[in-house]
Design a protein. Structure first.
Length: 84
């Protein structure tokens, strides 16, 4: 049996912290578990989205317009994850 979870993240100009978070997530070893990661880049100007694309190709990167803030970004990540 393969269990699946979704990890929901949202960020605004937190490139280094976001990359560290994703590195730690991918280092986890849990048997019989698959992870889908959904990250909302809410208009970052520090290159967060590009850095994530370069280093973590499996992350589902969602673009925001800079006006989502944390709550709106998480809601967008949730709705995107629900669609599969």
């Amino acid at each position: 049996m393969n269990n699946k979870i979704a990890v929901l993240l949202t960020c605004f100009n937190r490139k280094e912290l976001t990359l560290i978070c994703l590195e730690m997530l991918y280092k986890q070893e849990v048997d019989d578990l698959s992870v889908d990661i959904f990250l909302v880049d809410d208009g970052c100007t520090d290159g967060t989205g590009a850095a994530v694309k370069d280093r973590f190709e499996n992350v589902k990167l969602i673009s925001g317009d800079g006006n989502l803030f944390w709550n709106g970004g998480m809601r967008l990540a949730w709705n995107t994850a629900l669609k599969g």
